[in-house]
Design a protein around this ligand. Structure first.
Ligand SMILES: Cc1cc2nc3c(=O)[nH]c(=O)nc-3n(C[C@H](O)[C@H](O)[C@H](O)COP(=O)(O)OP(=O)(O)OC[C@H]3O[C@@H](n4cnc5c(N)ncnc54)[C@H](O)[C@@H]3O)c2cc1C
Length: 482
């Protein structure tokens, strides 16, 4: 009789102590780990999933399909972040998406999604005065986290474009997809993210997420990061309000600091435990609202089959006006299609299409298995119907279709309610205040809408790595600066 294989020990040869344990390999976690290692610290990166990347990930399916989860588009700032904190080769692969499309009952527009083209469209198509457009861009660009602005995005739009729901939709819909923000979130969350995109347009990574994450893994290893997948961090040990270590897959490991890329609320409530924090701080934690989740439909085009160039990103909606309720509704009226042509993965002749919609966890969480499968099937079929308008005969061109729901995002990233974009604005202050509560404990990851998306998460990883480095240097002044 053959013996069953022994379970693999994912912690084999692990060291007993590290300077920093980074919990989670999202873009913030990986960027923090890489920078801390480059600064000379001994870093362990623990990821519960078998792949690195968090939401910046991919999966493969029979028939040679590779599906990207969150590679739809990011602002040009990512080029600098990748060059400075990863490598020149990685940053050189960033390319612009030139054809962004809107199609809805209010307008059909193609744009390069930058300030020059938006100014032109706002003036010529929507008839807005040049002075108003310039002042709007200036106001959005001037917003920053430290401003004491209580204005909502709705009030911002009302001020500049009163009653112009068509203009609101043009300016808001893509940002809702980029970070889950709505008209009722603080205007600064809109202003910062919108201005980042307006700088030069929308960009993507040539080679796909699989290439990017493999390159990042090589860099991490080169810089000495101990990477462990299949490793669930179950506990962060704290004594006298100071980090002592972590428990991973049942094993205790000492560390001087922790950078948690796990959700901010999970980090506080589950990994550390509320009893370790000031009650006033816990009150703030209880008020943190999670952002929404997503549904996606992944469609693989048959080998040898082609699709015409119908745009890189297509914001399509059947709703009369922009409406957060409708965007989140399970009864979908609004979808963002990402078209992946062979240029995205040079050397291949493959196409794929991913449809994304914002979604609420509660609409999917409590279904019976039968209802869940039924609703997923419905999601796939209605998405194919919607896509057929833009790519006629799409059903004949695909040989793979599958959907993900908020349950899927929860399972793979461990974010409560499968939140795709961290938390609403108030989460950012809670994240910033974490090291003031527990010495050596830091959080880096999607939070507060601003620090969300590929650029926000990676940049937050840099900010927090620098703070962690400062903390470690204060503990050991003899550390040599690299
Ligand atoms: C459908 C969708 C589309 C998107 N599209 C875009 C887009 O086009 N452009 C853009 O800029 N952004 C987009 N985003 C958002 C972007 O992908 C995320 O904001 C960003 O990738 C999040 O990075 P993060 O560092 O916050 O970590 P996450 O990606 O959330 O990763 C956290 C990691 O921590 C791990 N983890 C958590 N807890 C533990 C634990 N206890 N032990 C071990 N590991 C743990 C998780 O497994 C995960 O790998 C999209 C997101 C979604 C869901």
């Amino acid at each position: 009789m053959t013996k069953p294989p022994r379970p693999r020990n994912w912690l084999k040869d692990i060291q007993s102590a590290y300077d920093t344990v980074v919990i989670g390999s999202g873009l913030a976690g990986m960027t923090s780990a890489n920078l801390l290692a480059k600064l000379g610290h001994k870093v362990l990166l623990a990821e519960h999933h078998y792949n690195l990347g968090g939401m910046a990930t991919w999966f493969k399916r029979k028939g040679g399909h590779i599906m990207d989860i969150s590679l739809h588009g990011f602002p040009c700032g990512m080029i600098k972040t990748l060059r400075k904190y990863w490598s020149k080769d990685i940053s050189n692969r960033v390319i612009q998406l030139k054809n962004v499309r809107f199609d809805n009952p209010q307008f059909s527009i193609n744009t390069s999604f930058d300030k020059i083209d938006f100014t032109h469209i706002l003036k010529e198509r929507f008839g807005i005065l040049r002075e108003v457009i310039d002042e709007f861009f200036q106001t959005a660009r001037g917003m920053n986290f430290y401003d004491d602005i209580v204005m909502t995005t709705r009030e911002l739009f009302e001020k500049f474009f009163p009653g112009r729901t068509d203009v609101w939709r043009f300016l808001m819909e893509p940002i809702t997809y980029a970070n889950g923000s709505t008209l009722d979130d603080p205007a600064i969350t809109y202003g910062i993210v919108f201005s980042n995109f307006m700088d030069k347009g929308v960009f993507t990574y040539q080679g796909g997420t699989d290439h990017l994450i493999k390159e990042m893994k090589k860099e991490l290893l080169k810089n000495g990061v101990d990477i462990r997948t299949h490793c669930m961090v179950e506990k962060i040990y704290v004594e006298d309000k100071t980090v002592q270590g972590v428990r991973i897959n049942g094993q205790d490991i000492s560390c001087k600091s922790v950078v948690s890329n796990s959700n901010i609320v999970t980090t506080i409530e589950q990994l550390v435990g509320e009893e370790n924090f000031d009650p006033e701080y816990i009150k703030d934690v209880k008020n943190v609202r999670l952002n929404n989740s997503s549904c996606q439909v992944y469609m693989g085009i048959k080998k040898g089959e082609k699709i015409p160039h119908v745009g890189d990103l297509l914001f399509s909606s059947e709703a009369d006006e922009y409406c957060t309720e409708k965007i989140l509704s399970k009864d979908i009226t609004s979808r963002t299609f990402s078209f992946y042509y062979p240029e995205i993965r040079p050397g291949t002749d493959r196409y794929s299409i991913v449809s994304s919609t914002n979604a609420r966890y509660k609409d999917w969480a409590n279904l019976s298995e039968k209802e869940y499968l039924h609703d997923k099937h419905h999601l796939e079929q209605t998405t194919l119907d919607a896509l057929d308008t833009y790519v006629p005969g799409i059903r004949k061109k695909i040989d793979h279709v599958e959907a993900s729901t908020p349950n899927t995002f929860k399972r793979y990233t461990l974010h409560p309610s499968g939140t795709s974009f961290g938390t609403k604005f108030e989460g950012l202050q809670v994240s910033r205040d974490l090291p003031k509560q527990i010495k050596g404990l830091f959080h880096a990851g999607s939070v507060g809408i601003i620090m969300s998306g590929w650029l926000g998460a990676a940049n937050y990883g840099v900010i927090v790595a620098n703070e962690t480095d400062k903390f470690l240097r204060e503990l050991s002044p003899s550390l040599v600066t690299v």
